[in-house]
Structure formats: structure tokens, C-alpha cells
Design a protein around this ligand. Structure first.
Ligand SMILES: [Zn+2]
Ligand SMILES: [Zn+2]
Ligand SMILES: [Zn+2]
Length: 136
């Protein structure tokens, strides 16, 4: 298994101490997270260092960015098996506000009109999650 340093370097990210710390923490999470979540998990780090690390990871395709309409930028760790880096579907619960990664469900490929080249797409489904559904 490759080390964190190798993984980051391979993606063009220089593995500094802060980046390694942040990466070590976020890979434990299989669902989406926000800057605020990471601040809570790692109160010893300052907000701007975390933010810069997140931006860098996103630019280098280590993270996916999700805009679920909550106004809070959410991220999830890229676990894409292929090079296309086309994101999986996300599910936002209208009750608890949690955004789930449905990693088994890929965004369907849509045919583009002549001259339009697709690079990325976002697919957020909204509804009620199983946890909230059971509480009803
Ligand atoms: Zn990806
Ligand atoms: Zn819910
Ligand atoms: Zn995700």
C-alpha cells in the first residue's frame, strides 16, 4: 500500500505536515464533510490552513466538491476507480440536512451537443434518508 506522502505527491500535492494531518483525518470519513466539521475534528489546526489544504486537494482531484444547496460547501474524498473522475450521486436529506455519498451510483453519462465538452457534473438527489424515515 502506498503511503499518504506518496498518494499526495502522485496527485501533484506537496505533502506538508498540515496536508498530511488533514488527509489522515478526512480519509476516515466515508460521507461528506464541511470545513466546519474538520475544524471540530482537528481544533489544533487553524481554519485558513485547513481551507487551503481543501482547495488544493480539490484542484488536484483528491476531493470532490458538492453544492447541495445548503450554502455550505461540502467535500468528499475521491475514491474514483477510473481516470474520468466523474462523481457519484449524492443524496441530501431534507429533514436532517445530511448529505450522503452514494458511491455505488455513478452520475449517468449524458450526451452533449456538438461542441460542448463535459468535464464535471454534479448530481444531488433530495429526499428523506433512511434514518429520518424510520423516525416518522
Ligand atoms: Zn473522483
Ligand atoms: Zn435524514
Ligand atoms: Zn461523495
Amino acid at each position: 500500500m502506498e503511503s499518504i506522502e506518496e498518494h499526495l505527491s502522485e496527485h501533484g500535492v506537496k505533502p506538508t505536515a498540515v496536508r498530511i494531518l488533514v488527509w489522515k483525518e478526512i480519509i476516515n470519513h466515508t460521507e461528506t464533510f464541511t470545513l466546519v466539521d474538520i475544524q471540530e475534528w482537528m481544533p489544533q489546526l487553524d481554519r485558513s490552513s485547513i481551507f487551503r489544504a481543501l482547495r488544493l486537494f480539490t484542484e488536484h482531484h483528491l476531493l470532490h466538491e458538492i453544492d447541495d444547496g445548503s450554502g455550505l460547501q461540502k467535500y468528499c474524498v475521491c475514491r474514483c476507480e477510473n481516470e474520468s473522475h466523474l462523481n457519484h450521486i449524492h443524496f441530501t436529506c431534507l429533514q436532517c440536512g445530511h448529505t450522503y455519498c452514494l458511491v455505488q451510483y455513478k452520475i449517468p453519462l449524458v450526451e452533449m451537443p456538438e461542441g460542448f465538452e463535459m468535464e464535471d457534473a454534479e448530481y444531488v438527489v433530495k429526499g428523506i434518508c433512511p434514518k429520518c424515515h424510520n423516525k416518522r
